[in-house]
Design a protein around this ligand. Structure first.
Ligand SMILES: NC(=O)c1ccc[n+]([C@@H]2O[C@H](COP(=O)([O-])OP(=O)(O)OC[C@H]3O[C@@H](n4cnc5c(N)ncnc54)[C@H](OP(=O)(O)O)[C@@H]3O)[C@@H](O)[C@H]2O)c1
Length: 303
């Protein structure tokens, strides 16, 4: 299977490139190599390539900057994915497009399913939802994968910032009234590989890459839910268990209302339900605590 990955310099794109290098015939494009804002360049470069699956992990991900650069947010997060999907439809290949838990308003208090109504409360969320719609409108076979609170070794995220701060300060705090699920890039790569392998099997059984139910919207996340405070506390607990010395051992509580420097609104609850993936693939994602412990053991114990 020949795969092209966009956003290959990002947290998720770089992880997919690294995890898939041995398994698939893979080419990655970083932002510098291919700019999603240049739609003609996308058509020219990707139109001239042969591939079975195009994975779009590139996005304008700065949630606050999207509020002030709305046009750019819609160009990169909405218009460009529509162009990518059209290119794939024309070539009779598939697009896997990554989206976000921020398409939801956070008003629910049970995990969001793929069928739940999206209602974004930020320009980032609106632009990502428009991107999902553009992708799905361009062809039946494409897949939109929503993920939440992504962490991994290829680019620092919340968990790394918390560990860094705990290394410097005796007291650290994190928000205690905002909930979702930390999701490890390594686990996203494994979940997606099961989908890709399914497509590949169907293609070699000659019922076509477009067959089956693995298209439309699918939620990928580790299992369970937590606040940012619980997430950070677990990270410090894992560091302690791995004998990684830190100045801070407990994480104090901040309230969402304390974040007066944030420009964009964020959903207070955005846990993604992964029951559809579990039913389709016959296996459930592992718990977020296990995934975080694995990450810290693998990447912090070495440092
Ligand atoms: N991180 C999360 O917690 C999270 C949560 C939910 C959903 N997601 C979604 O997951 C996907 C991957 O996110 P991530 O965590 O890997 O974010 P990331 O680390 O910010 O990666 C995004 C990548 O896109 C690139 N990019 C930005 N503008 C571009 C453009 N105009 N053309 C080409 N590339 C461009 C960035 O390059 P530069 O850095 O060089 O600009 C970066 O390499 C995105 O669709 C995001 O919306 C992420």
């Amino acid at each position: 299977m020949k795969i092209v990955i966009l956003g290959a310099g990002g947290r998720l794109g770089a992880a997919l490139l690294g995890e898939y290098r041995e398994k698939y015939d893979i080419v990655g494009f970083t932002h510098a190599q291919l700019d999603l804002a240049n739609l003609d360049d996308l058509r020219g470069k990707l139109g001239a390539m042969n591939f079975d699956v195009l994975i779009n992990a590139a996005a304008f991900t700065n949630v606050d900057a999207c509020e002030t650069e709305r046009d750019r947010a819609f160009l990169i997060n909405a218009e460009a994915p529509g162009v990518l999907a059209a290119i794939c439809t024309e070539k009779d290949t598939k697009l896997v497009h990554f989206s976000t838990d921020y398409v939801f308003d956070g008003g629910k208090r049970a995990p969001y399913t793929e069928e739940d109504q999206a209602n974004p409360i930020s320009a980032y969320g609106e632009s990502k939802l428009a991107g999902e719609k553009n992708v799905l409108a361009a062809g039946d076979g494409h897949l939109v994968v929503r993920v939440s609170w992504v962490f991994g070794p290829d680019r620092p995220s919340f968990i790394d910032a918390m560990i860094k701060r705990a290394n410097q300060d005796e007291k650290i705090n994190a928000i205690s009234d905002k909930f979702s699920t930390p999701t490890y890039t390594h686990d996203i790569a494994e979940m997606l590989a099961r989908v890709l392998d399914d497509w590949s099997r169907r293609a070699s059984a000659s019922d076509g890459l477009g067959a089956g139910r693995l298209h439309g919207i699918l939620h990928f996340a580790n299992a369970g839910k937590c606040s940012w405070q619980e997430y950070a506390q677990w990270a410090l607990d894992c560091c302690r268990d791995a004998s990684i010395p830190l100045k801070a051992t407990t994480v104090g509580a901040l309230k969402l209302g304390d974040m007066t420097n944030w420009v964009a609104r964020r959903p207070v609850y955005s846990v993604l339900c992964t029951a559809k993936y579990t039913e389709l693939k016959g296996t459930a994602p592992r718990a977020w605590r296990e995934a975080v412990a694995d990450y810290i053991t693998r990447f912090y114990s070495k440092k």
